[in-house]
Design a binder for this molecule. Structure first.
Ligand code: 3PY
Ligand code: ZN
Length: 631
């Protein structure tokens, strides 16, 4: 666009200008041909076909049959659900209604945490969209669908090249009856650091408008000071503030008294006083054992008046037993996933829980046959994402030792592999726990869990033990995330930082004690709009501004991708990841009612300049694109 402005300039057109620079730079006049949508898409497909996905090299596209989709009568009205209760009675009314229910209610996490934990968050909007309406029709009695937030936000842009806001708007349209729930990392929003207060408020307002009803808010150090602004923002938007405490340690272990029952009782009271409509218990690693669950929920039921919502991960294999005891103690809602996306690092299975509670008056009010059918769909599409499975094959009780959150296990394993520690993974797991203890036994959940992971990798990689840190710490360059944690940039841990380690890590830098958000300059949205207008060369939405403010580079990379290839969220998932097989023909609906038929005819030889020509037919017409072979 800049060059075109030059040629259109009147002085340029009149020829009265100094031409030396231009004369010496003929490349200024070589304009990239504006590619049409079809050619852009073919370039993407050719690139995936030859180069594979995420630098994995070309892989054979799996042959996957069409997923089974449950039969539903689309002409019938969609039954009403909790969304209508919220809209009619407001958040307090909804909370009151919830407490009156005899049966336990269910939040289904299949659209968010289940795939975040099992498939590295890679499930695409296209596959969610297909099953959203059947889910709403078949499971209208759910408490909520957790379908946004956590890692889904940045992974959507970063790895799936799609817009998370569009996901929210699209699913909301398909699913008008059940509450939509998101996971919000308080002042870390959907990122890994603290953001300015006005950005958090803007994020909450715009995501409320776009369709989120329940905000599960947590702070990665259980620091209530860091959660208040977010809770207030949710309340101001008349949505449900599910303020959550992260469960760590073991209340049954008297040798580890830091996080005892009293700690959680006090925290629950603080969260209720801060304005929570619902108390969330976020057992992100799956450490809450059955008897502990019974005691925790029983005592919290006495401590607070608001309903209680329990979230766990089934990593140890004890999830259903934990839920059964929590339900006996009176928990109001629990998180489950569709059977074929449940278990291991994901949530316990909805189907298993249903059968486990047969004969109990608290058995959830769900249609188990519907759940089985929805499970078929997920079982089929899970095949698309095989490359992202963690490799964990069986219940993993070591989690009670290392305490790594469900979503972090496979991530840290990847990180370890990337720095050449694949065969020292056992050491990394042990070190993770040792670092936790050195840090004063802290809550480990995004982003504090990442800091513990970074430090563990740093120590294993450099063959350091605890003594080395205290003895040689002055001369060690600790990972940035560790320095920032000890500076107080993620907030304050319960009972403070261990002072000697803090001194060693900070090397004279002053820590802060106030809320990081107070010290950060507010985002200047007016200025940002201007800047983005020039960068994007199109109208700028509030969504663009928020995303850019949260993740400038990730957002701009996504923008560049769409400039280069167009909107690739329209491709079916196997084609999106693997490209096409020789001779294969696919249909792509690029917009409603407009379908392109693509056939991969042949792939040319690699040229000396590292390119290949890939030959297609597009709606029967021959087309070719040239791409770089990166293999
Ligand atoms: C997230 O913050 O993404 C989590 O799921 C933490 O458990
Ligand atoms: Zn979780």
């Amino acid at each position: 666009p800049f060059l075109e402005n030059v040629i259109q300039h009147s002085q340029f057109q009149s020829g009265v200008y100094n031409t030396t620079f231009i004369d010496r730079s003929p490349e200024l006049f070589v304009f990239p041909k504006r590619k049409d949508r079809g050619t852009k898409m073919l370039s993407y497909i050719a690139d995936r076909t030859v180069n594979g996905f995420e630098g994995k090299g070309s892989r054979k596209k799996p042959t996957i049959p069409k997923p089974r989709i449950p039969q539903v009568k689309y002409s019938n009205e969609i039954p009403g659900g909790t969304k209508q209760i919220l809209d009619e009675r407001g958040p307090e009314g909804l909370a009151k209604w919830l407490k009156e229910q005899k049966e336990v209610l269910l939040t289904d996490t299949t659209f968010r945490d289940a795939h975040q934990s099992l498939l590295a968050t890679r499930v695409r909007t296209k596959d969610l969209k297909t099953i959203a309406e059947p889910t709403s029709r078949l499971l209208p009695d759910l408490f909520s669908l957790e379908m946004w937030g956590g890692a889904t936000f940045d992974v959507a842009y970063r790895f799936l090249n799609e817009d998370p806001w569009e996901r929210l708007l699209t699913l909301r349209q398909k699913s008008p009856n059940v509450l939509f729930q998101m996971l919000l990392r308080a002042s870390n929003a959907v990122g890994y650091k603290n953001y300015p207060d006005n950005l958090i408020r803007e994020f909450v307002e715009k995501s409320s408008n776009a369709g989120i009803d329940v905000f599960r808010i947590f702070d990665s150090l259980n620091w209530v000071e860091g959660m208040k602004l977010t809770i207030d923002a949710v309340r101001e938007n008349n949505k449900i503030a599910e303020a959550s405490m992260c469960y760590t340690g073991d209340i049954m272990d008297s040798s580890r008294p830091k996080y005892d029952l009293k700690y959680y009782q006090n925290l629950a009271k603080e969260l209720q006083d801060a304005g929570a409509h619902i108390l969330g218990i976020k057992d992100m690693a799956g450490l809450l054992k059955p008897e502990a669950a019974y005691q925790l929920i029983s005592s919290l039921k006495e401590t607070v008046d608001i309903p209680i919502h329990l979230h766990t991960h089934d990593t140890s294999g004890n999830g259903i037993f934990t839920y059964a005891r929590a339900i006996e103690a009176g928990v109001d809602v629990v998180d489950v996933a569709t059977g074929s996306m449940a278990g291991l690092t994901s949530q316990p299975s909805a189907n298993s829980l249903y059968y486990a509670l047969e004969g109990s008056e608290r058995k959830p009010n769900v249609d188990i046959e519907a759940y089985e059918q929805l499970g078929h769909y997920w079982e089929d599409i899970r095949e698309y994402y095989t490359d992202f499975e963690s490799g964990m094959m069986a219940p993993h009780t070591e989690v009670y030792h290392h305490e790594m959150p469900g979503g972090q296990y496979s991530n840290l394993q990847q990180q370890a592999r990337a720095v050449g520690l694949a065969d020292r993974w056992d050491e990394v797991k042990h070190m993770y726990r040792r670092v936790n203890d050195m840090f004063g036994d802290i809550v480990k959940v995004t982003p504090s869990s990442k800091v513990v992971g970074d430090m563990a990798l740093f120590m294993v990689q450099n063959d350091l033990n605890e003594d080395d840190i205290y003895e040689k710490g002055e001369s060690l360059a600790f990972p940035d995330s560790v320095v920032e944690l000890f500076q107080g940039y993620l907030g304050q841990p319960y009972e403070g930082f261990p002072s000697e380690l803090q001194r060693i890590v900070l090397k004279g830098r002053q820590p802060i004690n106030e809320r990081p958000g107070e010290l950060l300059d507010p985002v200047d949205f007016k200025d940002l709009k201007e800047t983005l207008f020039h960068k994007l060369d199109r109208q700028v939405t509030s969504f663009d501004m928020i995303s850019h403010a949260l993740y400038p580079k990730v957002f701009m990379d996504y923008h560049k991708f769409t400039e280069q290839y167009g909107d690739m969220s329209v491709l079916d998932t196997p084609t999106f990841f693997y490209g096409m097989r020789l001779g294969e023909e696919i249909e792509v609906e690029i917009e409603q009612g407009k379908t392109l038929i693509v056939k991969l005819v042949s792939i040319g030889e690699a040229q000396v300049d590292g390119t290949r020509t890939v030959y297609f037919e597009l709606n029967g017409q021959p087309r070719e694109v040239v791409i770089k072979d990166l293999n």
